[in-house]
Design a protein around this ligand. Structure first.
Ligand SMILES: Nc1ncnc2c1ncn2[C@@H]1O[C@H](COP(=O)(O)OP(=O)(O)OP(=O)(O)O)[C@@H](O)[C@H]1O
Ligand SMILES: [Mg+2]
Length: 333
């Protein structure tokens, strides 16, 4: 059992390696992550494409076994369970929402929502009224008999949210839940999450590129190349991650500096530890390496366009591309 009773999820030093026979070899997707989520807490995970967000979510929700480390869900260590026990724990505790709603195409909205309960052995005539109630609550009461292909993207996502809620989960893991929606529908779905967060005791872990989604979370974890590099406080503006940022030193002693911090520091180089104490570290650049950030031939600036999708940053200080989520590199001016 976990020592903190109100902790719904805890991960200790999880690593994940995707094994591959291909030339580029294995991919280390997660590099020693610790996560703790309390009952009713909403936490966002932000980070560029390929940083390991989906991998993390799957490991935390028991859809995938991490290569190393342990995950406790509601005080039970998942890595020690048999397949059957794991399915039961997952069914009782956690629900997933993905970018595309993943509805079963041959079932109507009502039966899609009722399905997790029926899976648990609840009779359809008991599960359906509860499904209808949730659809009503999410403004989809009139569309219960619509088939997924007849529903718009936003409607499908509402059905997926109703389906996630029907088992009264303690934790909802959502991977880019508004990623496939237009801005207006996305806002509606977000409003729904906000209301759910206020009204129920359910905890959220949301992967997002969307700054409005991150804004209702109590904190955001910033992931880069499989490591948490920083944590952000309430109402974080993920367009400007430098606000309210706490850097993270991981178990291996590694600190990865976010690009804007590296930029302010004057770029990469060698540093001398001039003072070191418990909870305190002072770094000073070794003289010969000193580079000028704001002027001179070595000046580094944030690139004006996203290298991945060509998005024009147009003078903004954003660190992540609002279009594709890629991190914004620094270039020589
Ligand atoms: N099934 C797989 N086999 C091999 N490598 C994988 C697999 N799935 C993901 N990866 C790699 O693991 C790393 C992390 O991938 P992941 O999907 O977790 O990133 P992400 O942060 O969710 O990205 P995105 O924002 O694009 O969804 C990437 O380098 C990716 O290429
Ligand atoms: Mg992903």
């Amino acid at each position: 059992m976990s020592d903190k009773p109100n902790e719904i999820l805890r991960a200790n030093s999880i690593y994940h390696v995707y094994e591959s026979n291909a030339e580029d070899g294995n991919v280390v997707a997660l590099r020693g992550l610790n996560v703790s989520i309390h009952e009713g807490e909403a936490v966002a995970v932000v980070g560029p494409s390929g940083s390991g967000k989906s991998t993390l979510l799957k490991c935390l929700g028991g859809l995938m076994k991490p290569s190393a480390g342990s995950v406790e869900l509601a005080g039970t260590r998942m890595t020690r369970l048999t397949g059957k026990q794991l399915v039961k724990l997952r069914q009782d505790t956690v629900s997933f929402i993905f970018q595309d709603s993943n509805l079963l195409p041959h079932l109507n909205a009502l039966d899609n929502v009722a399905q997790p309960l029926i899976h648990q052995g609840v009779l359809a005539r008991k599960a359906r009224p509860k499904a209808q109630e949730l659809l009503d609550k999410l403004g989809m009461g009139e569309r219960s008999y619509g088939m997924p292909e007849e529903l718009s993207g936003g409607e499908q996502q509402r059905v997926a949210i109703a389906r996630a809620l029907i088992t009264d989960p303690k934790l909802i893991l959502a991977d880019e839940p508004t990623g496939a929606l237009d801005p207006i529908t996305s806002r509606e779905v977000l409003q729904l999450f906000k209301t759910l967060h206020k009204e129920s005791e359910v905890a959220f872990l949301l992967v997002t590129h969307n700054r409005e989604v991150a804004s209702f979370c109590e904190r955001s974890l910033e992931l880069r190349e499989g490591r948490f590099i920083a944590q952000h406080g309430t109402d974080v503006d993920i367009g400007d991650l430098s606000d309210s940022r706490e850097l993270i030193v991981d178990d291996t002693g590694t600190i990865t500096l976010p690009p804007d911090v590296l930029l302010s520091l004057g770029g990469p180089g060698r540093f001398e530890m001039s003072e070191i104490d418990r909870d305190y570290l002072h770094l000073e650049r070794v003289d010969e390496d000193k580079v000028s950030v704001s002027s001179g031939t070595n000046a580094m600036v944030l690139s004006s366009h996203c290298p991945a999708c060509k998005y024009d940053y147009a003078g903004s200080e954003d660190q992540l591309c609002p279009e594709c989520g890629s991190s914004r590199p620094m270039i020589q001016s």
